[in-house]
Design a protein around this ligand. Sequence first.
Ligand code: CA
Length: 646
Amino acid sequence: MRFQLFSLALTGAVCLSASTVSSPDSKLVVTTGLQSGKPIYSVTYDGKPIIMESPLGFVSNIGDFSTGLALAGESTDKVHKSFDQDRIKQSHIDYTANKLTTEYKNAKGQKMSIEWLVSDNDIAFRYLIPAEGDTRSMIIEKEATGYRFPDFTTTFLTPQSHAMIGWKRTKPSYEEPYKPDAAMTEPSMYGHGYTFPALFHVGDNGWALLTETGVDGYFCGSRLSEYTDGMYTIAYPMPEENNGNGSANPAIGLPGATPWRTITVGSTLKPIVETTIPWNVVEPLYAASETVKPGRGTWSWILWQDPSINYDDQIKYIDFAAAMGYENVLVDNWWDTNIGREGIAKLAKYAQSKGVNLLIWYSSSGWWNDIEQGPTNIMSRPIPRKAEMKWLQSLGIKGIKVDFFGGDKQETMRLYEDILSDANDYGISVIFHGCTMPRGWERMYPNYVGSEAVLASENLVFGQNFCDEAAYNATLHPFIRNAAGCMEYGGTVLNHRLNRNNDGGTTRRTTDAFELATAILFQNPVQNFALAPNNLTDAPADAIAFMKAVPTTWDETVFIDGYPGKYVVLARRHADKWYIAGVSAQDQPLKLKLNLPMLQKGDEVTLYAEDGKSPLTAKTLKIKKPEATDITLTDNNGFIIVAPAR
Ligand code: CA
């Protein structure tokens, strides 16, 4: 590690005492120090600027830690962690980072430290606040933390919505569109900045993905501000979120720390897609009461909607799950009214007789939105919540999906944590919908199995424009949302029309091969696929055979090719098989020469593809040139290569 203390003169600035901390491979360098008493930092990769001098620190109700600071000490260390992790893109992680801690004193003599962890393509940093005097609590009023990219940088961002808008006043819920390659100066759709993760193309200098991790009930979820004075700063929730309930500002007990803010940097998109930084710097918060079983599921609501939440239709979907060899059936909203508790008990028994588990839907609310879909007012408080979970456990039900949260305030983060923690006591896994994005939760909470926090498959039913843009959206997620956490999208539609009888409603634009590829490209340990019972007979036999065998957990994830908003090709390994999947949203056919280092010349592989004229088929091929495998990808189309792993 290179670590040095030096002084340099900066134009228009007072002399800066700066320290640097570099990655083990020396390419990623953070320089941090004080400029006129204000803490600042900058980031370079391969000698090229990624983040220019940007502010650090915060203002709290006990003191100002953003200005008037003096250096009080510095220390360095090395961090190495080696651990197994399920439910994410990779099953084993070796993490090596250089650590720098700078300690500052403000004008009142109060101390604050900034901790930096720099690994080969990832930076994680946070503020540490000691307990001094009699003070044991602190509210952060404003964070100075900023990100100043070079002027030529373009952005791939999704806006924060207004609070208390949308369906039954449930937003914000991380369900806004992205703008690809937008100028930084372009204002966001709502004027409230952007939610994490946020991707930046720093021209020829490289790429950067900003997000945060380690957010639990002891802090709020943060986001990026509007682009102001040439940069983005960390913003806290809007006071209107959660119907105005709960503080918008985070409160921490002292001694305490803020969550880790992370910056993933590369000269290509490979480190962005493959990053594991959200999990490298956090630890499990409790032990799992049961081994979570990731799995595939069917889900009547996605195509048959509310009228299908009845006993007979759920039997059809249980039978369908059993026919697919799937582990789960998700029973969505209104089951309390339309199936009833006795009906659910009978369904659970029937499902178990077929080797299938039920996942049961709940509203999170509560007193912060207008949701009437039942059950409501159960997950919001510990007394009914625990009684409910005890009942679920008595039926052998091992999973719930909790929907319609109310923003990113600390109060809401506490609710996510409370639900997860209680559910664990009853052997229950939890999926969140209508929610925030996960922030290291796959590692922190062993019974956490996914979050929506994306414009998900439900929108295919709600609007034709979403069907028209499905391919474009799919090419964004592996680089942005799904790079930072698991994503419960609920996709892979094989109906051509998105209604019950496959004869009305919106029209799918993508090919079957595209839909199969998204089962690989979209990562979530529990996948509730948008398949329908009729697909057993009306979809291509090879497509159904593929969907019967598709895994939902991965040992490795490798970026092969792509550009967000245009096309993407990834390889994921599950045990002894590689699944190489690609999709395109480009009008013109894309002739790709893929470098597939996991394959060898002569390997026999199965290619799932279609030419747009005849149905999808699986073909056996021999790999001739693993370093230059020809694939032509057309608009709204995709492919999968299944190959042996060694
Ligand atoms: Ca949703």
